[in-house]
Design a protein around this ligand. Sequence first.
Ligand code: IDP
Ligand code: MG
Length: 151
Amino acid sequence: MTDERTFIAVKPDGVLRGLMGEIIKRFEQKGFKLVAMKFMLAPDSLLKEHYIDLKDKPFYAGLCKYMGSAPVCAMVWEGLSAVKTGRVMLGETNPADSKPGTIRGDLCIQVGRNIIHGSDSVESANKEISLWFKPEELVSWKLAALEHIYE
Ligand code: IDP
Ligand code: MG
């Protein structure tokens, strides 16, 4: 089960603040394998679909606008419990509740500018990956360190 995949995106505030490298570094150094990456200005239709479960929230419109206000760095990372561990690495939705050592705990302050997205379940990860990437954009390759990351 080392092939679980999660969808991670550096949000516009993270890109504008120059935090892409720091965030990519954390996933890379953890031992996860990058499967896909796209730097893009996300269209409104994609963002509305991505956050469809939140459509009745008062912040939905503002959230979609902010997500489309500058480029995002959309990624797929793979590894054992990538979804759950990815969420632990992100911290809580509200950075104020996020522990130091987590991405949100270390790098941001407010919930409306929390710099990173990560899938919250394997089911939503699969949905999000197919929403953001075409199958042929998912790269098949062998991480040389794999045998040293897993026993
Ligand atoms: P998550 O990103 O930790 O999964 P969700 O509840 O799925 O959190 O919310 C999606 C995104 O919506 C959050 O990451 C944040 O950018 C935004 N958001 C959530 N709650 C609020 C809020 O109360 N005000 C403004 N934006 C919010
Ligand atoms: Mg969520």
